[in-house]
Design a protein around this ligand. Sequence first.
Ligand SMILES: Nc1ncnc2c1ncn2[C@@H]1O[C@H](COP(=O)(O)OP(=O)(O)OP(=O)(O)O)[C@@H](O)[C@H]1O
Ligand SMILES: [Mg+2]
Length: 423
Amino acid sequence: MKDIQSRGVQKRKKPTGTILTMDTNLMVKDQIAEALTARIKTLEKELQQRVQIETDLQELGQKYKLIFDKARDAIFIIQNDVIRFANRRARTVLGYTDEELSTTAIAELIHPKDRNLVASRHLKKLKGQKVPGTHSFRVISKTGKEIWVEHTAVRVNWEGQPATLNFVRNITKKRKLDAQLQFTARLEAIGTLAGGIAHAFNNLLMGIQGHTSLQLLDIDSKHPHYTTLKKVENAIQEGAELTQQLMGYARKGRYRSRSIAINEIIENTSRTFQKMKKEITIHRDLTQRPHAIEADQGQMEQMLLNLYINAADAMPDGGDIYLKTKNVTHRDIKSNLYEPRPGKYVMVTVSDEGLGMDKKIQHRIFDPFFTTKKSGKGTGLGLASVYGIVKSHDGYINVQSKKGRGTTFFIYLPAADKRKTKK
Ligand SMILES: Nc1ncnc2c1ncn2[C@@H]1O[C@H](COP(=O)(O)OP(=O)(O)OP(=O)(O)O)[C@@H](O)[C@H]1O
Ligand SMILES: [Mg+2]
């Protein structure tokens, strides 16, 4: 009975069971489909996110690359004493390719005189010790050019190893301008002082001169005071010449600017000088057609004479002085101290093969009253007035000298048309 019943139940339940199984299958299928759809959606979302991340990363990469490559500063990683990763600026400043940088020891890029200092700072930085944030030193480019840089470094981890991230700025031009400003400011300050003293002193001399002349008018040459008063007059004359030089330096001298023939002035002054100094031979190499220049003839003569005297003094046993004129442009004027104004110039050079000067002396030669000559021999105003004269003609002066080898003064006077356009 149980069997029948149960069979009966089974029989009766069978269709229901089949429906149930079908339903269940359908439900499972639905669930799977749902799950799949959900999964696909999640995947799609993930994919979208991933694409977005990739785009973001790419954009970020491009942004970093842009900043890295367009930076005006050189940026690079130093690891194991070589540059591991550098931006474009680093390559252009130093003139090396990436490969060359990665195989050149960093010490080789640094000026020999600055190597120890830079190396000890770098080591300290790697050890995490405190060092000044920024410091300056010289690097040497592939072509051997000396470049002043300002350097900042941060300690980083690069590919799992300690390294430094470095920022380097080229400050060569800035240093040059600073030096120029310091140099001109110093000479300007001394100039103001010297000019003031010269002016006051000149007035006193003129007073003494007036009274002496009046006294001389009253007496004849047999009078016991005559010779003394004449000596006073001579001293006044010498004093007046001194103040004249000082005023020249302070640019307070009288200037009558007109078109001058520089070659002719050089010819005349040097021939006169040659007659006075037989032990000196003067050689002239003057360009056929120098640019026209506007200048004060008297000041030009004073300038040249001061240079001849110095050259002759540097060759006490005699020797050769070389004079030269040449047409040049601002590009031919090489100086660490200033940027010459663009244009045409006449270059005048005065060279000797005398005692020469070391760098320390060269640095001070334009200071008024700087002299290395024995007391009573030189006043130290010669080159100060030369400097003043050159400056008041909008020109430039450079010196090249080596101890024991000789000296050359280069003077650049602007061509007349250039001076006109400037004013
Ligand atoms: N051609 C030169 N060769 C070597 N040293 C020079 C030369 N010209 C100038 N000097 C140096 O520069 C210094 C300054 O020169 P500067 O003409 O201003 O003064 P000075 O010649 O000593 O005196 P002063 O010209 O007033 O009589 C000189 O004392 C000398 O040391
Ligand atoms: Mg002199």
